[in-house]
Design a protein around this ligand. Structure first.
Ligand code: PMP
Length: 417
């Protein structure tokens, strides 16, 4: 049946959409940390940061259903929901970030950030990390090197190595940003922005020392550009330590983009920004997003903010993620095919290495990912060499779920000797 669906999908949707796993899953239902296939088999979801509160959280389901039954339309009318959401969201951010603009996806939020940065600086130059992913629109795909050579980087884009603590690049990160900005200027391109994940994701899942972001932000500002924090992955408490990844670094970005878990599955995303940037962008009719911040999106996002707080999920992520990480590290110490365990809270990466050379082993990582899928545990692999296991479960992931994960992980590892 899955094979039929894959063939039908290929015929109807074309080849552009990638599915996970050698044997793609046909998921029909979700609840908490569990996903269920058409036969009712349960899979532990250790990958999903969209359903951050757990799949189909009743508070979000109820809020979406209630609002959808009352009003669901475009965003050209006054509606209080979006204002309440903006107030609540901005209260989680430093006071310098006084405006919120709403979109439907993280890509659109980053795309809007770029437009604002171009308008505010008069420049077009952008600096990103070497394997960054910032989204799918033309504007941000052109600065997402992780999409590979099929999507060429724009001539206005420069890359810097992500400050990987295991590679010792962190101390030079600010200098690398300054050099990239100088290179743009040398080519007659005025720098407009540095866009960074505040916990690196497509670069290989790692946190960087907390003294690396401030020098990087200072370097882009000295060159006339703005600092944009991409919080699509680490935002909404995933690191356990803070609501937003950048807060761990003591630096205030000029703009902060967010999305994925914001509506727990309902598409809603946003950009928080310094008000003066919006003013320079132009008042009036410059930006319209048909669905961005619509009444249903606002209801979903408000329910997410309520639930994050009511269930103490940020603190939970810190506690469960800390122990999980320690247990993964202990496993890594016993198995030469595993390397560094990194990340923060419930955003973890495990390196898979060739035991003798300690070189990245993407083949083994793929075998682990597919082996776990057969063992009914869902993760993925990422990074420039595809060798970092990406473990990023809903924040309600429990110690018992972690124990289940570790048991399955160990048996997959011993079966793949
Ligand atoms: N930024 C980062 C860091 C992301 O991981 C993603 C999505 N994977 C995006 C932006 C784009 O978000 P969306 O898919 O909602 O457009």
């Amino acid at each position: 049946r899955e094979a039929d669906l894959v063939a039908r999908r290929q015929a109807l949707l074309g080849p552009a959409y990638r599915l996970f796993y050698e044997r793609p899953l046909h998921i029909v239902r979700g609840e908490g940390v569990w996903l269920y296939d058409a036969d009712g088999t349960a899979y532990l979801d250790a990958y999903n940061n969209v359903a951050s509160l757990g799949h189909c959280h009743p508070r979000v389901v109820e809020a979406v259903a209630r609002q959808a039954g009352q009003l669901a339309t475009h965003t050209r009318y006054l509606h209080e929901g979006v204002l309440e959401l903006a107030e609540r969201l901005l209260a989680t951010l430093p006071p310098e970030l006084g405006h919120a603009m709403f979109t439907c996806t993280g890509s659109e939020a980053n795309d809007l950030a770029l437009r604002l940065a171009f308008a505010a600086t008069g420049g077009t130059g952008v600096i990103v990390t070497e394997n960054a992913y910032h989204g799918v629109t033309m504007g941000v795909a052109a600065l997402s090197p992780s999409l590979g050579p099929g999507v060429p980087l724009g001539a206005h884009v420069r890359t810097v190595p992500a400050p990987d603590p295991d590679k010792g690049t962190d101390a030079t990160f600010g200098a690398a940003v300054a050099a990239a900005a100088a290179d743009l200027a040398r080519h007659g391109i005025r720098p407009a922005a540095l866009i960074l994940d505040t916990v690196f994701s497509s670069d290989g899942v790692f946190t960087h020392p907390t003294d690396t972001l401030a020098p990087a932000a200072a370097a882009i500002r000295a060159a006339g550009g703005l600092f944009i924090a991409d919080e699509v992955q680490p935002g909404f408490g995933r690191t356990g330590e803070a609501m937003w990844g950048f807060l761990r670094h003591g630096v205030v970005p000029d703009m902060v983009s967010m999305g994925k878990p914001m509506g727990n599955g309902y598409p809603v995303a946003a950009l928080a920004l310094r008000p003066e940037l919006a003013e320079r962008f132009g008042a009036g009719a410059r930006y319209f997003n048909t669905f961005g911040g619509n009444a249903v999106a606002a209801a979903a996002a408000l329910a997410v903010l309520d639930t994050l707080a009511a269930e103490g999920l940020q603190a939970h992520a810190l506690k469960v993620g800390g122990q999980f990480r320690a247990d993964l590290s202990a496993l890594s110490a016993r198995d030469p095919r595993l390397g560094a365990v990194r990340g923060a809270g419930l955003f973890l990466g495990v390196e898979v290495l060739e035991p003798e050379s300690r070189a990245p082993d993407a083949g083994m990582a793929a075998r682990i990912v597919n082996g776990l899928r057969e063992a009914r545990v869902l993760i993925s692999a990422t990074g420039p060499h595809g060798h970092v296991l990406k473990i990023r479960p809903p924040l309600v992931f429990s110690d018992a779920n972690a124990a289940f994960f570790l048991e399955r992980f160990e048996s997959v590892l011993s079966a793949s000797r």
